[in-house]
Design a protein around this ligand. Structure first.
Ligand code: GLN
Length: 488
């Protein structure tokens, strides 16, 4: 396929011009998802009937001249850790087999209120723990740019669904990089908003102080539409922020002149980073400089401690959040259990995969009486230092620019036996979650035929600044519009 892949904006125009109907778009998305099930495995579950009904309604609304705005009638996907009333939500885990959601996540509800049509739930690492979408009951997702490569993770299914044009927009969740890293591996835009910008109501919790719902799209302009639809205060999530949601599309004026980009010294060390990734990122920075941006070196001195801090805090929170899957309120009790303790043990032993068990064990250890001060408390203190690093750096720049990942998509199976190596794929992404700041990954080139991602980090609630830079870059380049080879 050589045609320029569709964007939400292009489909909007086609709908408005009467060139296509919402029903046709939904049929095409469903058909493409089915046709690539074996090759890409992007979806865990499709919802053809509700999607077709919603498309018919959207077409009727448009015919009456009552369209709901830019996303009305456009097919999208959600990650399988967001609930939608009447549908399963498995988190790619055996333990949630048979669960049917009794309510709908706020972000999903808002997408639907804007007229977007959820065609299915995408593949992921179990409970969003992972960097490759290989830890899934549904089997691994494949990268459309290289079928023997991972899609990244944990939101790999959403990244692939957009990269391969099954849909043009999708939701993911990012606890330590799970939107930005797969976006980088698959050559799409992935935006993690400020902590609290999007409600977490209805997002299955992994590490509550880090989890954030965000968006996948092909262009910054499309991401702006999606973010605007889902952002904003929600009384059901006490950590959601009350600040009004700006019109993100208004920020996309193509102008970055005078904007100061900060390059953190600690992220541009040759050691541990693929030289091809570094050179693509440097070229992107040069392109933005030609657009009028100013470039400065900044320092984030505690970067070396970010991975350790993240994996202490994330596992501690996970061990507590996942206690609810025990066969009583959640999870079907294991068959043949004798007594309560036996039921807990069997249900959890049979229901959780190995990575989830590893995290629960680590987290329980970190929180145990003898080690709490040495690990959990210490990690909280380092988290404060990491947050201060960013506050300092943002006194000298407007947007921080880094690689999203130290390497391009790695081969399937190459890291599953070595969890520590897998954890290191998150070196450039976890700090934003620890500090609560927004980040976006955008495609900025290729290395060995695989996409490279450029990460932009911003001050709290400055998603608009990130989108402006991303959009300005996309006006000057076409990496985001290059389609992957058609899956065979
Ligand atoms: N890869 C990281 C982890 O395994 C981040 C996951 C995420 O952001 N959900 O914890």
């Amino acid at each position: 396929m050589t045609a320029t892949p569709a964007t939400l904006q292009a489909l909007r125009r086609a709908l408005d011009a009467g060139e296509v109907s919402s029903s046709e778009l939904v049929e095409a998305a469903l058909a493409r998802a089915e046709a690539t099930r074996a090759t890409l495995n992007a979806f865990i579950g499709l919802r053809p009937e509700p999607a077709r009904a919603a498309a018919a309604e959207a077409d009727a609304r448009r015919a009456r001249g009552e369209g709901r705005g830019p996303l009305d009638g456009l097919p999208v996907a959600i990650k399988d850790n967001m609930v939608q009333a009447g549908d399963p939500a498995t988190c790619a885990s055996r333990i949630l087999e048979g669960f049917v959601a009794p309510y709908t996540a706020t972000a999903v509800e808002r997408l639907e209120a804007a007229g977007a049509i959820v065609v299915g739930r995408t593949n992921m690492d179990e409970f969003a723990m992972g960097s490759s979408t290989e830890h899934s009951t549904a089997g691994p997702t494949h990268n459309p740019w290289g079928p023997q490569r991972t899609a990244g993770g944990s939101s790999g299914g959403s990244a692939v669904a957009v990269a391969a044009g099954l849909v043009q927009g999708a939701l993911g969740s990012d606890t330590g990089g799970s939107i930005r890293q797969p976006a980088s591996f698959c050559g799409v835009v992935g935006l993690k908003p400020t902590y609290g910008r999007v409600s977490r109501w209805g997002l299955v919790a992994f590490a509550s102080s880090l989890d954030q719902i965000g968006v996948f799209a092909r262009s910054a302009a499309d991401a702006a539409w999606l973010l605007e639809a889902i952002a904003g205060h929600d009384p059901k999530d006490s950590t959601s922020l009350p600040e009004p949601v700006p019109c993100y599309a208004d920020a996309l004026d193509g102008d970055v002149s005078g904007l100061v980009l900060g390059l953190p010294r600690e992220y541009f060390v040759e050691e541990g980073v693929d030289p091809g990734v570094l050179s693509a990122v440097r070229s992107a920075v040069a392109e933005l400089e030609r657009g009028g941006a100013e470039v400065r070196e900044v320092s984030l001195p505690h970067t070396h401690a970010a991975i350790a801090t993240y994996y202490l805090l994330a596992t501690a929170e996970a061990s507590s959040n996942l206690a609810r899957y025990a066969g009583v309120r959640y999870a079907r009790p294991a068959e043949g259990s004798v007594g309560l303790t036996d039921m807990y043990q069997r249900t959890r032993s049979e229901g959780f995969g190995s990575e989830v068990k590893r995290r629960i064990l680590l987290g329980t250890y970190v929180l145990s009486a003898g080690y709490y001060d040495a690990y959990y408390r210490k990690a909280q203190q380092v988290r404060t230092l990491l947050r201060r690093d960013f506050e300092q750096a943002f006194q000298n720049c407007d947007v921080i620019v880094t690689p999203t990942s130290p390497e391009v998509a790695f081969p399937l199976g190459s890291k599953t036996a070595d969890p520590l190596r897998m954890y290191l794929s998150d070196v450039y992404t976890v700090s934003a979650n620890l500090a609560g700041i927004p980040g976006v990954s955008i495609p900025c080139g290729f290395e060995s035929g695989m996409p490279v991602g450029l990460q932009l980090l911003g001050r709290p609630l400055e998603e608009a600044a990130l989108l402006r830079v991303a959009d300005a870059y996309q006006r000057r380049t076409d990496f985001h519009l290059r389609p992957p080879p058609e899956p065979t």
